[in-house]
Design a protein around this ligand. Sequence first.
Ligand code: ZN
Length: 195
Amino acid sequence: MSLVPELLNDSLADTHVMAFEELLNDPVIQKYLHELVGPTGMPVAAAPPDGEVTDEELAEELGLELNDVRRALFILYENDLASYRRLRDEDSGWLTYLWTFEYETIPEQLESEMRRLLEALEQRKQYENDNEFYLCGHCQIRFEFGEAMEFGFECPQCGSQLETMDNNRLVDAMEMRIEELSDELNVSREEVVDA
Ligand SMILES: [Zn+2]
């Protein structure tokens, strides 16, 4: 596929060309972008033009406040999802920022984030399984067995008797999330534990 050269010079027309269409159909990627830029920035993040675009052009094209567009662009920039170059108008001295969306690495970024989350969950589950917990029902504060013993099984804050706390539901919820993530990442549980 080749682009009509005139289209390349017309950045307003460019904003109609979706550069990462397939990527943006993925609900996981939509959610990822939404978490980064929020609902206000989502129109910007979800409609990356092919080629360079200015913040003013995006604001006009999407019918958004310029500040909202700039905020979204900056968040994308901070997360390595957009870059810019500055042009100075020789007559007015005004600076124009030309933005390029760089979504190529999103799948990789998402995968490594999911791997980190999976490892953290495995560790947390291990901690929940390895420890016994006590609860002050009044303050809703949880203590590990050792802490509870140190306090003589009395809440240091209110003096109530601490009660043993069942964390099965928490562990079950973690287990479910771990399985979902493992499925998404296509890894077996053993691989994760060994890593
Ligand atoms: Zn208490």
